[in-house]
Design a protein around this ligand. Structure first.
Ligand SMILES: *[C@@H]1O[C@H](CO)[C@@H](O)[C@H](O)[C@H]1NC(C)=O
Ligand SMILES: *[C@@H]1O[C@H](CO)[C@@H](O)[C@H](O)[C@H]1NC(C)=O
Length: 413
């Protein structure tokens, strides 16, 4: 009984002590706030956005700080960056400024993407008070080469996808244009027609069942609010076997004049093109065949640029023009000519016929065009013989030079 009384008394005593100290503390607190009001924030910390490389400032304003202290912490990991006017982190890009008694500014210079996040301004009251301000770091667009299309070659009729992966903050927009300023041709899935657009929005440009006119250099341009915009060039090659067309297949010309033969070629990749003159056989002119080319004789003759033949080739993208000028047309030049174009995907040739136009129908004294033509040939043969004897030394020298040049080139290559 005595024991119970003792413990009860003890409990009462503890309670009394506790109450007593509690009262004392609250009394002290009250008197403190009367003299020295609690610290409090003035307004809010503004959230800010700056481009990388610039500097960001967060301002924290406090009134009635008294003996308390203001600290800046990184919110993500609670790292203390600064206390009052002193930087306590080992980061030379961070500084603090104390201004007009109330404001503590956290300054981060040469902003990096890793600085993006929220920062806490804290007052060490009990319980502590805090405010948060966030920094967004803008990053200009960049194109990730490894994840973007490189130049590509696709066979005509197949599909191709041109991709451009861009990073940046905010996320960049990607548009596609043609480098030459032409319209982009896009085929909607299931559609036959190609639609013309000046540009295409989106990082992936899908081109279905490619046509040769879609060949070209494409630019993907990535941009966001942060300059500069960046671009990447992707060259799209659409490949197909050569196609050859001779606009005029029959050309008549008078003796002694120069005559030009033309073939239009479409090919990709770039073809190797040359001219052949059909071989003369007993029953006319031999047509060009692979067999006669390989056996070497009595096949057609390959024509080389020189005094007799002027051979040029113009090329604009996959289109080209082959020109052969036969100088000083003689009866031996009458015959078939072939423009041949080959690339890795195939071979094509055009055939043209050259005949003589008689300006002065003479000796044969016939009105029949056909007979005239035959007569012309006879006469031409004689003329050719005469010409040959006259030309022989010079022609031989030229041919030798030509042969040497060709062989030297071939040897050097
Ligand atoms: C700043 O951003 C944070 C996080 O997005 C948000 O909680 C806070 O309210 C913003 N402050 C202001 C002043 O808008
Ligand atoms: C492409 O984006 C630009 C700018 O964002 C916009 O003006 C245009 O309307 C868009 N075009 C299409 C076809 O979505």
């Amino acid at each position: 009984m005595e024991k119970l009384l003792q413990s009860t008394l003890f409990v009462i005593l503890i309670m009394a002590t506790k109450c007593g100290s509690g009262t004392a503390q609250s009394q002290h607190h009250e008197s403190n706030s009367q003299l020295d009001p609690d610290p409090e924030f003035i307004g809010f910390i503004n959230n800010v956005t700056y481009p990388a490389g610039r500097e960001a400032i967060l301002a924290c304003s406090v009134r009635n700080l008294g003996k308390n202290k203001v600290g800046w912490l990184r919110a993500s990991d609670q790292t203390v960056l600064a206390l009052q006017g002193r930087v306590v982190t080992h980061n030379a890009r961070i500084s603090v400024m104390h201004q007009d008694m109330h404001t503590w500014k956290l300054k981060i210079s040469k902003l990096r993407e890793s600085d993006r996040g929220c920062y806490m301004c804290q007052i060490n009251t009990s319980p502590m008070k805090k405010q948060v301000g966030c920094i967004d770091v803008q990053v200009p667009p960049d194109i990730i080469n490894e994840e973007s299309s490189a130049d590509l070659a696709v066979q005509e009729g197949e599909d191709a996808t041109l991709t451009c992966k861009a990073t940046g903050n905010p996320q960049p927009r990607v548009i596609w244009r043609r480098e030459d300023g032409e319209m982009i041709l896009i085929r909607k899935p299931g559609s036959r027609e190609l639609m013309k657009v000046e540009s295409y929005n989106g990082s992936s440009l899908r081109l279905l069942r490619l046509e040769r006119r879609q060949m070209g250099a494409y630019l993907c341009i990535a941009s966001n609010d942060v300059p500069p915009a960046v671009s990447k060039r992707v060259s799209l090659s659409v490949q197909f076997a050569p196609m050859v067309r001779a606009p005029s297949q029959l050309l008549g010309t008078p003796l002694g004049s120069d005559v030009q033969l033309e073939c239009q070629v479409e090919a990709s990749p770039s073809p190797v093109s040359y001219w052949l003159k059909g071989a003369r056989t007993s029953n006319g002119f031999a047509s060009v065949s692979a067999a006669s080319l390989e056996s070497g004789s009595p096949g057609p003759e390959m024509l080389l640029d020189g005094p007799k033949y002027g051979i040029t080739e113009r090329r604009d993208g996959y289109r080209g023009v082959m020109l052969l000028v036969v100088r000083s047309f003689s009866p031996s030049d009458v015959g078939t000519y072939h423009c041949v174009s080959t690339n890795s995907l195939g071979r094509a040739e055009g055939t043209l016929r050259l005949y003589e136009i008689k300006l002065h129908p003479g000796a044969s004294a016939s009105n029949d065009d056909h007979l005239n033509y035959i007569g012309g040939l006879e006469e031409a043969r004689n003329a050719a013989c005469r010409r040959h004897t006259r030309w022989h030394p010079l022609l031989a020298t030229l041919l030798l030079l030509l042969w040497m040049r060709t062989n030297l080139r071939a040897g050097g290559a």
